[in-house]
Design a protein around this ligand. Structure first.
Ligand SMILES: [Mn+2]
Length: 321
């Protein structure tokens, strides 16, 4: 494992041009690891050209500006993909067309699609792995690198609350704050600032959530409702995290109609039952307690709801024994 830091560092050293990608529908960890790594490379190797690609999300514009992908980069750039276990979810480019690629990720392994795979599913976030990489290769941080990576880590752990938060997480964060004198409390003003329409929408979600006898919450959001509340599907799905620590819910899922991609996007969360195995049966994936799926039909959606409900029941039975 120790060598992996050196191997990544020497690859970065070799290339004049580096492209950094991450998954579709980026969250702050995807963007934080992407932009944070770019800032680190620019700080330590000022002559290199570093590009961050993928579609931008209005909500997270404050984290940085993305570059438009140029086909010529396939020929001469090093590709680094962060926070993305499966090749089909890499946003904005085709990884197979690069000669050399590196993956830095904290999800359970799905595809082995890079020459160097720095994968640790005990890490809280991809951002945590970048911080670890930087300390182990003595890379210097500028302020933006420290901020981006802190935001990514804090967001993926939901403020150090999820079980992926470990002593190592705190050690790395402590070192990051000490070394960079990061003023972290002011970062929350941007990360957690939200328009009132989101609160109204949260009210809609709470009012319309269906709850089964076993304790599965589920809700389908047709495009019409998203429009009425002026919400995009990704913001709506991200709000699923707000339903944790509710007595009546062991697992919960929010579906939204994605008219652009002509499918149904589902975000599943849990506070006990392992739900990623169920998501995998429906071609989705993710973490044990936080997964996602893309479905084609309402029938599939009904099947998934039933499968999740069964999983909740099994979990409760196991707990009682
Ligand atoms: Mn992540």
């Amino acid at each position: 494992m120790n060598n992996i830091y050196k191997r990544i560092h020497s690859e970065i050293k070799k290339y004049d041009k580096i492209v950094i990608a991450r998954h579709i529908g980026p969250d702050p960890d995807a963007l934080g690891s992407q932009f944070g790594l770019k800032e680190l490379i620019k700080t330590n190797f000022p002559n290199k050209k570093v590009y961050c690609v993928g579609a931008s999300v209005a909500k997270f514009k404050f984290m940085g500006t993305l570059d438009k992908f140029n086909e010529s980069w396939y020929d001469d750039a090093l590709l680094i993909v962060t926070d993305t276990p499966d090749i089909k979810r890499v946003d904005g480019l085709d990884p197979t067309r690069f000669k050399h690629k590196i993956k830095i990720d904290h999800h359970p392994a799905v595809d082995n699609y890079c020459d160097i795979e720095f994968v640790d599913d005990t890490a809280s976030s991809a951002s945590q792995l970048i911080i670890e990489l930087a300390f182990n290769t003595r890379m210097k941080f500028n302020t933006k690198a420290a901020e981006d990576l802190y935001i990514g880590l804090v967001s993926d752990t939901n403020r150090f609350m999820y079980s992926y938060t470990t002593a190592k997480t705190f050690e790395l964060v402590s070192k990051l704050i000490k070394k960079t004198k990061l003023n972290f409390t002011t970062l929350y003003e941007e990360l957690y600032l939200r328009p009132f329409k989101e609160i109204k929408f949260q009210g809609y979600l709470a009012t319309h959530m269906n709850i089964t006898d076993n304790g599965l919450g589920y809700l389908y959001l047709p495009d019409k409702i998203l429009k009425e509340y002026d919400m995009d599907a990704s913001t709506a799905n991200n709000m699923v995290s707000g339903f944790n620590y509710i007595e009546e819910l062991y697992a919960w899922v929010i579906f939204s109609e994605d008219k652009v991609n002509d499918n149904i996007r589902g975000s599943i969360r849990s506070r006990g039952p392992v739900i990623n195995t169920v998501a995998q049966e429906f071609n989705g994936g993710g973490h044990a307690m936080a997964s996602g799926v893309r479905l084609k039909t309402m029938e599939e959606m009904d099947k998934l709801i039933k499968a999740l409900d069964k999983k909740v029941l099994e979990y409760k039975k196991e707990k009682r024994q």
